[in-house]
Design a protein around this ligand. Structure first.
Ligand code: ADP
Ligand code: MG
Ligand code: ZN
Length: 729
């Protein structure tokens, strides 16, 4: 099996160079494509792991890979990270002195350097082209490729010249990468780079580990302080709309004993740089910022992103929240919402030209719908980016964790679809609502829509109700937005089927953010994660990491990232080999930084009489305990159970046994995200009830019980794990 063999070599390389055990998402197929020398276009959300897509092939291919990247600050950071892995990466930009450049060129031509980061403006220089022609370039990677498009959010004119430069170098394979995927930008990028032939790899935009919540903007400061107290010591970003607000909140936090700094375009450049560095170096925990902060910050362990004010668009919101939890661990995204904020933003747009104002208004309306909607936040966000999220309960947003009360929406959806149909699928939301409610404004008059059978049929409910029903019909795929004319709604196949033969639909009412003191109790909504690792050791490792980072003048996450520290605080590695097998470590890092970590762990293990992996080897195999840790971590990240079993090459049954063992040894596991998918609430209750009243937790007995005859062994075992986690542990 050649294929399997190849697969293994690539994985071995991944482990050897970067210390990771598995590829994420599309990484592997993308890398193969580049290795085959094909033009490649990668669209992946922020934090998904685009860098690795070109870094690994750069190491495997002969010659020098050139990476074009827009920000000098980002370049240094990436190079630092690669050097920490023992990889010879360098950068070429205006911060280097003449003699540094001469030396760099020599090293590149000698073949010592594997990755060279360059700014697009450098490439326009004749002398650099000459130099690269001598350097045996293997391929060119263009990071943040959306900068090429005027339609993207940070257009850079120098990006336009990249193609002619590549042509001068003799047309080698190109890989373009971006997280912004609107179709317009996508086409623009391909056209400009003349890579219409490229293989395109689009990843899902779903960020599984992010938790989304919207809270009413009431007693906001108090809520904020409470949240930060509960999350003390974690890194986070708080976005505000104005500089003044940024200063005010930063001060409030400092008065309350948090380590926070402000960041906005009004600060002196050196203050800005210092505040940003302090954040990266963990001298402070929190940055309070305007949206000027963020692009190019790829700090992997940002644990929360808070929007103190309502953002201007869902697209911006998604980019900003995307900065949380890049390392795949916890990422809480909290937004404070009020209608008042929206009105303020509308006022800012007052002086803009008509078309621009209208566009801004539509963006704000999307924001309003998002915030007030009872539908899964994740489903809504992905829908906005043209992706259908099929899961009903994501388990990681406020609307899924605390579902709104539902009502039978069959009639309401029917009314909406009939209104769209009778007006010939040519109108937008507001007009449809007027028709349904029987409001005779000038449009209704001019189209004679008061004569339609549907006119006034929904007069009992207010406009907000109907807007909400239409929105839900959109997200549940009964309606769609017309691509050509903004705002116009059309009926989808599912909607047509429904009109012929209506099936019952459950809808929910929107959040009411206006009424005072209603049931929108916001406290304690975020699920508290139980920690599966040794928290004390983790903290010790973290502070050691900080000291070493300081000594070497690097951000701490360059040394080891949080997931690696968590794993160390679970497996207690005491030898170099064990440490190298920790995910994200690898031999390069062991050589560079391993010694003091191993010493710390050894000492800790002795003092606390802990049984380490090395001790366990005698009794069972190390592999086994590694699988356990893997499973715990994957479940923490809400990875599909089948996927977990697959990636470890074990059967579902064997994995259940592992999970049961983990549970019996006292670790709490939250499988709700999976169980909610396969069993509805009443069925879950039925099994739960059984275990509550049963004398034993034996599966054999449960299978023989009459009340359990509807359930499979798998379902019963899963519920028993839930039961044990909630009651026994
Ligand atoms: P992007 O450029 O897509 O926003 P990055 O390339 O900065 O994302 O990667 C985000 C994080 O994911 C980094 O902290 C990186 O170490 C981590 N990462 C990337 N690939 C893997 C992998 N295969 N396994 C584990 N972690 C990974
Ligand atoms: Mg990136
Ligand atoms: Zn959800």
């Amino acid at each position: 099996m050649i294929v399997a063999e190849e697969k293994d070599t690539l994985r071995e390389k991944l482990k050897e160079l970067f210390g990771y055990t598995t590829f994420r998402g599309n990484q592997e197929v993308v890398i193969r494509n580049i290795l085959e020398g094909k033009n490649t276009f990668v669209i992946m959300p922020t934090g998904a792991g685009k860098s690795l897509c070109y870094q690994l092939p750069a190491m495997i291919k002969d010659g020098l890979a050139v990476v074009i990247s827009p920000l000098i600050a980002l370049m240094k950071n990436q190079v630092d990270q690669l050097n920490a892995y023992g990889i010879n990466a360098r950068f070429l930009n205006s911060t280097l002195s003449k003699s540094e450049i001469t030396r760099l060129k020599k090293d590149c031509i000698n073949g010592d350097v594997k990755l060279l980061y360059v700014a697009p403006e450098s490439l326009n220089k004749e002398e650099y082209i000459e130099f690269l022609l001598k350097a045996n370039v293997s391929f060119i990677a263009i990071d943040e490729a959306h900068c090429i498009s005027e339609w993207g959010h940070d257009f850079r004119p120098e990006y336009r010249k990249i193609k002619s430069m590549i042509a001068q170098l003799g047309n080698m394979p190109v890989i373009a990468l971006t997280a912004t995927a609107t179709p317009k930008v996508q086409i623009d990028i391909q056209k400009n780079l003349q890579m219409e032939d490229a293989d395109i790899f689009v990843s899902s935009f779903n960020r599984k580990n992010l938790y989304y919540e919207v809270r009413p903007k009431k007693e906001t400061k108090k809520q904020l302080i409470k949240f930060l107290k509960d999350n003390k010591g974690k890194s986070g970003i708080i976005y505000c709309l104005s500089r003044k607000k940024v200063e005010e909140i930063a001060q409030l936090l400092n008065v309350n004993g948090f380590k926070a700094v402000p960041y906005h375009a009004g600060l002196d450049a050196d203050v800005r740089v210092k505040n940003q560095d302090d954040f990266l170096n963990e001298e402070v925990d929190i940055v309070v910022a305007t949206i000027a902060f963020g692009m190019g910050i790829d700090k992997p362990d940002v644990r929360f992103v808070i929007h103190y004010d309502v953002p201007k668009s869902l697209e911006g919101y998604y980019q900003e929240t995307g900065r949380a939890g890049r390392d795949g661990l916890e990422g809480i995204c909290l937004m404070f919402y009020s209608h008042n904020d929206l009105s303020k933003l509308e006022k800012f747009n007052k002086d803009k030209p008509v078309q621009e104002r209208e566009n801004a208004r539509i963006l704000l309306q999307e924001m309003e719908f998002y915030a007030e909607s009872p539908i899964c936040r994740r489903k809504q966000l992905l829908h906005y980016f043209g992706e259908e999220f099929k899961v009903d309960n994501c388990g990681a947003c406020d609307n899924c964790v605390h579902p709104r009360e539902q009502f039978d929406g069959t009639e309401a959806v029917k009314t909406v679809l009939e209104a769209v149909q009778q007006t010939n699928e040519r109108f937008g939301l507001s007009h449809l609502v007027n028709v349904i409610r029987g409001i005779e404004d000038e449009y209704v008059k001019s189209y004679n829509h008061a004569d339609l059978p549907i006119y006034g049929k929904g007069g009992d409910e207010d406009a907000d109700f109907w807007k909400s029903v239409i929105r839900q019909a959109l997200i549940y795929q009964y309606l769609e937005k017309d691509i050509d004319s903004i705002g116009v709604l059309k009926i989808k196949d599912k909607g047509r089927k429904f009109l012929k033969k209506p099936e019952p639909i459950e809808l929910a009412r929107d959040h009411d953010f206006t009424s005072e003191g209603d049931e929108e109790e916001s406290a304690e909504r975020i699920p508290i994660n139980s920690k599966a690792y040794d928290v004390k050791l983790f903290e010790m490792l973290k502070s050691l990491r900080k000291n070493i980072a300081k000594e070497k003048d690097l951000p701490p996450y360059v040394i080891f990232q949080d997931p690696s520290l968590e794993e160390m605080a679970t497996t207690y590695p005491t030898t170099k080999e064990e440490l190298a097998s920790v995910n994200g470590v690898g031999m390069g890092k062991v050589q560079k930084f391993g010694k003091s970590f191993l010493e710390l762990i050894k000492e800790y293990v002795e003092e606390n009489d802990i049984e380490t992996a090395a001790d366990i080897v005698v009794k069972s195999s190390v592999n086994k305990s590694k699988i356990k840790i893997f499973i715990i971590q994957q479940i923490d990240r809400k990875v599909d159970l089948e996927e977990i079993a697959d990636s470890k090459g074990i059967t579902f049954e064997d994995m259940l046994t592992e999970i049961e063992n983990i549970c019996y040894s006292g670790t709490k596991l939250n499988l709700d995200y999976y169980i909610d998918e396969i069993l509805d609430e009443s069925k879950q209750e039925q099994i739960f009830e059984y275990f509550l009243n049963s004398e034993t937790d034996s599966i054999e007995e449960a299978l023989q019980d009459e009340d359990m005859s509807d359930f499979s062994e798998e379902e019963i075992r899963l519920m028993r794990i839930k039961f044990l986690s909630e009651y026994a542990n």
